[in-house]
Write a protein that binds this ligand. Structure first.
Ligand code: ATP
Ligand code: MG
Length: 405
């Protein structure tokens, strides 16, 4: 049995308003859309001025079937039942439906089926493809372009990787060769391959970001600015050396004093640390000993120091130790930012080189992938010189766009 659409559904299906609906899975979004199409047709909209867009082919087929089932039912219902259905759908009185209106409703099934180029229920990609084929010159695509399917796209993506690999092995691999070498060592084989798959999946966003960065101060400056607020690059190696040499910290004499105070601190940690420090070195202690004394594994300052400041023998050195801990922590943060920046930059440079190679592969094949279809359509309708003309032509044809995402 078909229930009357509930209030929210009825409001969203009212063709006199524009509606945006978010609702849980299975809560009746597609039904609302189908009701809306049915109401549009009842109100006299021509089937060929209605466009329904879905994301997958299966969703498009399902929507079509459900709409035609609904209209098909109408064509065979008796007067009384049909009046009831229409009044529920449109929220009008049963008595509003005169015989002419009933005949018109019954004829919708045939009209929707028969209209040449009729009611369009298609995927977003199919819609883009059709539009680009209609305006190839304006869109800057070859009129007979073909669409790459997933298999074809992954083949070209693999080719692009091989081209890139050959290039970095060549004599002038430069900065990209460094990035390639570092990442292929840091990542296992599977993750390295996944990295390229994610370049493909994010090709649109990546290209936009890279383009914007290049128009600004360049990719490198954009990365460092995002990370540190300044475009000046950080050197991970130098930051690591600064940290581990502990230059700029307490003098050797001061460390000795600290170690002696620790030895007398009557805290087991302090005593052990003092022993380590005094055993391992004469003068400045080893970085590892200081690190383990002051920090937890994730570089938080251990709380034993603060807790020990009330020990008389320890008071004098505790504040100096805390100061040194804060300084070392700052150096570690710089080292991490430097590493993160370097890795990010490596990845982005590799992405840029791969995207260039992939674009060339696609151009050679004369095909567009799904991402291109969407990108080109966006440019065609929003930014191309001819956008106004294209939108004008589209407007002549389409009056109602319904998207089921
Ligand atoms: N008002 C209603 N009366 C009766 N059945 C309804 C109503 N609204 C939705 N349904 C039924 O609930 C089921 C799910 O509806 P529908 O497919 O429209 O949901 P959806 O939100 O599009 O789901 P998904 O998130 O899976 O796309 C369908 O069988 C539909 O016929
Ligand atoms: Mg749905």
């Amino acid at each position: 049995m078909i229930r009357a659409p509930d209030d929210a559904q009825a409001r969203a299906a009212d063709p006199r308003i524009s509606a945006f609906v978010t609702a849980n899975a299975g809560s009746g979004k597609t039904k609302t859309l189908i009701d809306r199409v049915a109401r549009l047709l009842l109100a006299g909209a021509a089937p060929d001025e209605i466009l329904c867009v879905t994301y997958t082919k299966a969703a498009a087929a399902e929507m079509q079937t459900r709409l035609f089932d609904l209209l098909g039912d109408w064509s065979v219902l008796d007067d009384e039942r049909l009046r009831l259905e229409l009044s529920r759908l449109e929220g009008r009185k049963v008595s509003d439906y005169l015989p002419d209106a009933l005949s018109a409703a019954r004829a919708l099934f045939a009209r929707a089926l028969e209209t040449p180029g009729g009611l369009k229920i298609q995927t977003l990609h199919a819609f883009c493809e059709k539009l680009l084929k209609r305006f190839p010159l304006e869109a800057g695509v070859s009129p007979g372009f073909e669409v790459l399917d997933d298999l074809g796209a992954s083949l070209l993506q693999r080719n692009a990787r091989s081209v890139l690999a050959r290039r970095v092995l060549g004599p002038d691999g430069g900065r990209i060769a460094e990035a390639y070498a570092r990442l292929s060592v840091d990542l296992d084989h599977g993750s390295f391959k996944d990295l390229f798959d994610s370049f493909a999946a994010m090709a649109g966003e990546l290209s936009d970001w890279l383009e914007k960065a290049e128009l600004g101060g360049g990719v490198e400056a954009a990365v460092w600015t995002a990370l540190t607020g300044s475009a000046t690059p950080l050197d991970a190696e130098a930051a690591g050396e600064n940290l581990e040499s502990m230059k700029g910290g307490p003098s050797e004499a001061a460390w000795l004093e600290i170690a002696e105070a620790l030895a007398k601190s009557k805290t087991s940690k302090g005593e052990r640390a003092a022993a380590d420090m005094l055993r391992d070195c004469k003068g400045r202690p080893a970085f590892e000993a200081v690190r383990d004394l002051l920090f937890t594994k994730d570089w938080k300052i251990k709380d034993w120091m603060a807790a020990s400041t009330n020990l008389k023998s320890f008071q004098g050195v505790a504040s100096r130790l805390l100061e040194e801990a804060a300084r070392l922590q700052g150096l570690e943060m710089t080292r991490r930012a430097a590493l993160a920046g370097q890795k990010t930059l490596d990845i982005l440079l590799l992405a840029r080189a791969w995207l260039t190679a992939y674009t060339i592969e696609k151009q050679l094949s004369g095909k567009l992938d799904f991402g291109d279809l969407i990108d080109r359509t966006l440019k065609l309708t929003a930014t191309a010189d001819m956008a106004a003309w294209v939108l004008y032509k589209l407007d002549q044809k389409l009056a109602h766009v319904l998207v089921d995402e």
